[in-house]
Design a protein around this ligand. Structure first.
Ligand code: C5P
Length: 239
């Protein structure tokens, strides 16, 4: 059965294995999945993944956000599939072929998640990068379109904003996993950073999010364990 802590993913956005181990030690009773992203993976490589899964018995979300030609994505995901991770990511915005290559490479051993549109991106960002306004006026539509391609390509789910979860679940079904970053607890909602399409833990959970990625509000808190517990409490109330 899914435990409360399984709703919470903590990104180990730290520059060293030593710091990562410190957060794992403090948070492993309150966090279901640790996310290893580019910063830590570049520094500590597959060894840190092994440490989390084998020595600590926790789950890993390997968030390398692959984005390359299908052959390279296939070969990279094939290697990822031997790391015993629960989820791994690939960008959705390029082609169905790239997504299918990721799924094929995963060989059924890792849940492939499509990154739809980063939560740090706004409609204006997309327009200035060359998208016609008719495609960016409604970000949810574009996220939905990408999510549908990810599902058709065999992905386990997607990464999207908490603002989009409801629509995705309604059109693609409850079993299609949604992971939502850009989550800000009530006490942090006024803090301005690079995240733009933000939601609170309660609203993302009520809308059906399967896992919340919450980093800085925990990592930078005076007491990270206390912050994680407060978030778990909010999740519990929303459920
Ligand atoms: O909560 P916070 O903003 O600190 O979370 C940052 C983390 O969320 C980073 O690890 C980043 O890679 C991840 N992220 C993501 N997908 C997005 C936006 C952020 O995986 N769309």
């Amino acid at each position: 059965m899914k435990k409360l802590k399984d709703y919470l993913i903590f990104p180990l956005d730290v520059p060293s294995e030593k710091e990562a181990r410190r957060y794992i030690e403090v948070l492993s009773d309150h966090v279901g999945i640790f996310k290893v992203g580019l910063e830590l993976f570049i520094k500590a490589g597959p060894e840190i993944v092994k440490y989390i899964t084998e020595a600590k018995g926790s789950k890993v979300f390997l968030d390398l956000k692959l984005h390359d030609i299908p052959e390279t994505v296939f070969r990279s995901m094939k290697i990822i599939s031997d790391l015993n991770v629960t989820y791994a990511t690939v960008h959705c915005g390029e082609s169905a072929d790239m997504l299918q290559a990721a799924v094929e490479g995963s060989n059924g051993k890792v849940g492939v998640l499509g990154v739809t549109i980063l939560t740090s991106v706004t409609a204006d960002d997309l327009t200035s990068s060359g998208f016609k306004e008719e495609f960016t006026a409604d970000m949810t539509e574009l996220v939905l379109k990408r999510a549908a391609i990810a599902k058709k390509s065999g992905c386990t789910g997607i990464v999207c904003s908490g603002l989009e979860v409801k629509n995705i679940k309604e059109s693609l079904g409850r079993d299609f996993i949604t992971i939502t970053p850009g989550i800000r607890p009530e006490w942090e909602i006024a803090v301005k950073d690079d995240q733009k399409r933000v939601a609170t833990p309660a609203s993302a959970i009520k809308d059906g999010s399967d896992h919340l990625v919450i980093g800085r509000p925990i990592r930078d808190a005076k007491d990270p364990k206390e912050a994680a517990c407060k978030i778990i409490e909010e999740i519990s109330k929303a459920l």
